[in-house]
Ligand binder design. Structure first.
Ligand code: AMP
Length: 297
């Protein structure tokens, strides 16, 4: 039986522990999550373990990154299961703060990026990235990790956090880890649990659309409008409301309107009933080279 990792809830407690690790010369990684952990999260932990000697997983459902009509109240939670998974994955500590800790009474300080968080999810979820950068800045100040690992599943979030770290001269290296998918292609997400069996089947259209676009790119199509039309055809279904399907530069997120290149990435968000799913993929690599499934260690 694996012994369970300790959980710190208070800032003073985690600071004491991290200070001891630092005095012992250990490199520290942070993996921020909202819990209800799956293989995608665990792959971040495995990656973090290759970058540092101590890995801290934070679990906090951050209210400021949810809009008023979003799923904050029903966001899935499984604290015991999460602790078990984090322990088995080999991480060293869970940081699970309360909202009173993360947002002290009367809190009025926010961190906000501009251009990078305007398109894509920024349009559909006003205030979302402001909530993300604010909470991640707080976590970085509390934990002071040497390195933090984020998933490319939330690619715009990754770029937004890298921008914040650069702009504020934060002393942390931000690393992006590959998107983990189910065997059939669906991107793993805590929100997949909301899907009915029918919606789960329909959700496959997302990764299939990305795949079809990449195939067209690899057979020589360079016109973004033709590529996107190919994707939209796959996504056409009464069960699915497309929020966006776009090709953007993978560094700046600038829209590609003329001729696409291997520097570009496809971004997609869609709703199945009340559930909003996102996915993305590089144009440059053939889909056949994707790491579609990562084993649990
Ligand atoms: P969340 O708990 O959804 O806030 O996600 C926490 C971290 O896990 C973020 O850095 C996500 O990008 C990452 N993540 C979520 N799903 C996946 C996935 N399918 N593959 C890789 N990383 C993921």
């Amino acid at each position: 039986m694996t012994s369970l990792v300790p959980i710190d809830q208070e800032v003073s407690a985690i600071r004491r522990r991290v200070a001891q690790w630092r005095e012992a010369g250990l490199r520290i990684a942070l993996v921020p999550t909202m819990g209800y952990l799956h293989q995608g999260h665990l792959s971040l932990i495995h990656h973090a373990l290759t970058l540092a000697q101590r890995v801290i997983v934070s679990i906090y459902v951050n209210p400021t990154q949810f809009g008023p009509n979003e799923d904050l109240d029903r966001y899935p939670r499984d604290p015991e299961g999460d602790r078990d998974k984090v322990s088995r994955a080999g991480a060293h500590l869970i940081f699970q703060p309360s909202s009173d800790t993360m947002y002290p009474q009367g809190a009025q300080t926010f961190v906000e990026t501009t251009a990078i968080s305007v398109p894509l999810c920024g349009g559909d979820r006003p205030g979302h990235f402001r909530g993300v950068t604010t909470v991640v800045a707080k976590l970085f100040h509390i934990v002071k990790p040497d390195v933090a690992v984020f998933g490319q599943k939330d690619y715009q979030q990754l770029l937004t956090i890298q921008r914040m770290v650069t702009d504020l001269h934060m002393e942390v290296e931000v690393v992006g880890a590959p998107l983990v998918r189910e065997d059939d292609g669906l991107a793993l997400s805590s929100r997949n649990v909301y899907l009915s069996p029918t919606q789960r089947k329909e959700a496959l259209r997302l990764s299939q659309a990305l795949r079809r676009i990449r195939e067209a790119f690899h057979t020589g199509e360079r016109d973004p409008h033709n590529l996107l039309a190919t994707g939209r055809a796959v996504l056409a279904s009464p069960a699915l409301q497309l929020e966006y399907l776009e090709i953007r530069n993978k560094h700046t997120l600038q829209l590609v309107d003329q001729k696409v290149s291997a520097e570009d990435r496809i971004f997609l968000a869609a709703r199945l009933g009340a559930t909003r799913l996102i996915d993305n993929a590089p144009l440059g690599l053939p889909a056949s080279l994707d790491n579609l499934h990562q084993e649990m260690h």
